[in-house]
Ligand binder design. Sequence first.
Ligand code: ZN
Length: 299
Amino acid sequence: MPFEQTIRTAVECTGVGLHSGAPVRMRILPAVAGTGVVFRRVDLDDFEVEANGRNVAKVSYATSLMKKGVLISTTEHLLSAFIGVGLDNAIVELDNLEVPILDGSASPIVNLVMRAGLRQQRRRRHYLRIRREVEIREGDKFIAVYPSDTYSVSYAINFPHPLIGQETLEVDLTSGDYTREIAPARTFGSLQDEQALRNMGLIRGASEQNVIVLTPDGIKNPPLRFPNEFVRHKVLDLIGDLALIGHQLLGKVVADRAGHAMHTALVQRILKDSSLWELTTGEADSSPTDALPSIAELA
Ligand SMILES: [Zn+2]
C-alpha cells in the first residue's frame, strides 16, 4: 500500500493572482510526514494556514482559506495538482495573498512538482474512505459522494453557450489519468461577465493567457486544449476543493452544475460527521487508533 510523499527539493515560480492581480512568488518546500499542505505567508511573519476544511473562507469565484484574518486565495488548482500527482506533504510559501494563476490550469504546478520529483516517506498514506452516502441538493444543483474502493468523479455541466451546452465527464483518479486528462484544462469566463467582474475587482489578474474567454458564439483565444475542456476544468476544481478534506478520498463523487460553494459544502458535511467515513491505510493490520489524531485535527 502507498506511503505518503513529499517533494524532493524546493521549487519556485512567480505569477499573478487571478482575482487580486497581485504579483506573487511561490515556493513549494518538502514537509515531514503527517504535515499535509500548509500555506505560509512569508510577507506576514511566516504565518501559516493549513489547507483544511476548518479554514475555508468565502467561496465565490474561487476557494479561499482564512485563519485569524490571514487570507490565502484561490487554492483549488494547486491543491488539485497535489492530489493528482500524489503529493501529500508540502509547505507552500507565498509572498502575497493569492496563489498564482499561471496558465489557468494545473499543468504548470504538476510540471514543477514532477521536475523536482517526489520522495516517499515512512508513514502510510491514510485515505478517507466514504462509508455512507452524502447528498446535497440546491435547486437544480447537486453534489454527492458514495462509497467506493477508488476515487472517481462524475461531473455534469449545462452552460447556455454554443461551445458548451451539456458536458459530462467521468474520471477514475486512481488510474493515473489526472496529469494528461485533467491538469491541462483551463479556467474559463465569459466576455459578458468580464466587465462586471473587473469592476468588482474579482478578476484583476485575468488575461487571455490564463482564462478561456467565451464570446457569445465562440472563444476569443482559441484553440481549446480539449473539445470538453470546460467540464474537465470543473473536475479539476472539484478535486482541488475536496482536497480540503485533508486526505486522499476513496469514494465516488457525482456533481451536477455544482461550483466552489457546493464543493466546499460537501467537504464541511463530511468533516462534521465522522460516522460517514473512516480513515484507512488499506492494510488489514492497521490500527484504527493510529488515525485518531487526524480525525481530531479535521473536525
Ligand atoms: Zn478553476
